[in-house]
Design a protein around this ligand. Structure first.
Ligand SMILES: Nc1ncnc2c1ncn2[C@@H]1O[C@H](COP(=O)(O)OP(=O)(O)OP(=O)(O)O)[C@@H](O)[C@H]1O
Ligand SMILES: [Mg+2]
Length: 245
């Protein structure tokens, strides 16, 4: 099983996206410590892109990574990643925690219904036990479904602040409709995040048929003068790459 190659000079303060062609345009990748919102409709490769980043960092830089899979079971996620040329068993530094385990642990705390409190403690514990250079929450929407909000803006603000306290580079997956003008459910996440990676699907004519093409764009990256274009995103076996002139 191949490991995604690093396409640009390694910079200690950046985490590559491992999308060939894109990292050059971002000066090496996402600045370490950023809260990264990864937004896109179903099938736009959100989980694959994020898992691949954690997987590659675990293998290339010995990073400890936590992947909270709130929707997909560990088995289903593993099968999807194997189809993309990764072998999750090889990346010992990536700890996948699926929602069933997390839910159970949260329930055991018998504290209702402050999921933020429960999750914060949980993450702090994981960090202590397993380390947490990179964190993925897949998805925010599934996390939100665990408990209703009283005041979403406030609670999300607090939650994001607590994620920052972990001092990890965090990838928060947001499920949005194809035509959404927001990047996440409450419209506040996009202002709180440091970076937004937007995965788009667009319908195109292809002769008599129509097809759907994937695009990737970085619409925000604090502290970086980055490229704002959307590029076609191609997946070929183990390779993710953008098409550019
Ligand atoms: N081996 C493969 N090569 C290329 N593309 C693949 C391969 N296996 C799966 N895919 C594509 O990956 C897509 C699923 O990717 P992924 O699960 O990362 O998307 P997602 O944005 O997380 O979706 P969801 O919103 O449903 O969670 C599939 O719809 C399929 O088009
Ligand atoms: Mg997914």
């Amino acid at each position: 099983m191949g490991v995604p190659e690093i396409q640009v000079a390694r910079s200690e303060d950046r985490i590559p996206t491992y999308v060939a062609g894109l990292d050059e345009r971002l000066g090496g990748g996402v600045p370490k410590g950023h809260l990264v919102l990864v937004s896109g409709p179903p099938g736009s490769l959100k989980s694959s892109l994020v898992f691949r980043i954690l997987y590659s960092e675990a293998i290339h830089r010995d990073a400890s990574c936590l992947y909270l899979s709130m929707e997909q079971s560990r088995e289903s996620l593993g099968a999807q990643m194997r189809a993309l040329g990764m072998d999750p068993g090889k990346a010992k530094g990536v700890h996948v925690i699926d929602v069933r385990a997390l839910r159970k642990e949260l329930e055991e705390m018998r504290e209702q219904p402050r999921w933020i409190l429960g999750l914060r403690r949980q993450l702090a514990r994981y960090k202590e036990e397993l380390g947490c250079d990179l964190l993925a929450i897949d998805s925010l929407d599934a996390l939100y479904a665990l408990t209703p909000f009283e005041n979403p803006r406030n609670e999300i603000f607090t939650f994001f602040e607590e994620l920052r306290d972990l001092q990890a580079t965090s990838y928060l997956v947001a499920e949005i409709a194809r035509d959404s003008t927001r990047f996440a459910k409450y419209g506040v996440e996009e202002f709180l995040a440091d970076t937004i990676i937007h995965l788009r699907l667009r319908e195109m004519d292809a002769g008599l048929a129509t097809t759907v093409r994937r695009y990737i764009g970085v619409v925000k990256m604090r502290g970086v003068n980055h490229d704002m274009d959307y590029y076609p995103l191609l997946v070929d076996g183990n390779t993710f790459e953008i098409v550019s002139e």
